[in-house]
Design a protein around this ligand. Sequence first.
Ligand SMILES: C[S@@+](CC[C@H](N)C(=O)[O-])C[C@H]1O[C@@H](n2cnc3c(N)ncnc32)[C@H](O)[C@@H]1O
Length: 442
Amino acid sequence: MPRRPPSARALAVQVLRQIDQRRGFSNRILAEHLAGSELARRDRGLVTALVYGVLRHRGRLDALIDRVATRPAGLRGRTRELLRVAVFELRELGHPPHAAISEATRLCRELEGGGGLAAATQAILSTIASEGEALDAALADGRPLDVLERRWSIPRWLGGRWIKRLGPERALARGRVLAEAPPVEVRVDLGRTSAAEVAAELRARDPAASVEVIDGQPQALRIRGGGDPSRLPGFDAGLFSVQALGSQQPARMLGPRPGERILDACAGMGTKTLQIAELMGRRGLLVAADLSAARVAEHAAIRRRGGLEVEGFELRSVVGDLCEATIAGVDEDAPFDGVLVDAPCTGLGDIARHPELRWTRTYDDIGERAALQRRLLEASWPRVRAGGRLVYAVCSLEPEEGEALVAAFVRERGLRVAEEATWTPEEHGCDGFYLARIEGGS
Ligand SMILES: C[S@@+](CC[C@H](N)C(=O)[O-])C[C@H]1O[C@@H](n2cnc3c(N)ncnc32)[C@H](O)[C@@H]1O
């Protein structure tokens, strides 16, 4: 008999197991599994919602399961994962209890064979279905470190750091915001259109979506409840790009001007590269370098969408290690007016969009990343011309990767921080970003 393809819930369990075992990025592992699946579009959406939701709420889901299970330690591996999926459906998606419980029990029987686990699964889920409200309320009550861990799914090592640095109230507020599914944010190319025009296009296509302008951010729109904006014609024409609000700030702080020579030193797939090109009015030289050839290959997409093949503008995409004395394609004798170092980081400021980082990052990663960031900063500064500026940015709010690192760097070199900003989930409702503009000493 041909094997039945996995249901959306079974696929979500497989993906979650893989993320845990490979300690990999959720978007990549999810995409791999969805590419090979025969699921309908609606079910693919459900798999994505289950995977991201479970990762975002894992600490809380485990706390609920552990409170009602007779032998919580026996619920491991796939059984634990499918319980998390079902509890997430009950508590966050509001799925009818009978559907979530019977599917989880059936899956448990299928994956683990007969025996006690399926019966335990059914019993645990039935209790959570009827007492979930009170159980959740109990998780929100207690010492801040416990609440962060059990209600807002922030690992203890990270929660402890936040409480010490920010105080309990702000740490709890951060945890609460990061547990929510983030909105989609887009950046509009103000040289070619306006946020109002893009908002009108978005609303016309998707009347159910809420499209908001953001105070003080004329280039940004925040969308909730709509479809995928990259399917709209304006996206293909480069009139707007999908980019989180915090991530929109480094290029704005760099302030590239038409005709300048700019280096985007850790360009990745080029999200900020395109933003810089737009701010330069597509005039001047923009060198976009990255260590990863695969990411640099993606620059073809921004060239096409952004209309970057124009006279008077050169986008030079190069693969190279910034820490090397020379990079092919970068004339080291002609330093840049501005350099952006969007450094590789722990990503701990953006765990709403990358929720697996809650569980895959460790305390040691902060020090390891900070050492690399320091090397990248040291290697980048000599590439700035006298009187020029460098913007350093990370999507982490841990001070070792941000303000402490920059303060030590400028102190040792006799430089100055001309501008510094921290975008936080609790204050700005966005991805967390630290950024600083460094200039020569006075
Ligand atoms: C935070 S990501 C950059 C994201 C990108 N700026 C964007 O807006 O999409 C950091 C990038 O630094 C690159 N990187 C890491 N070490 C590097 C090095 N030694 N030299 C150049 N790039 C490096 C990584 O490949 C990664 O793409």
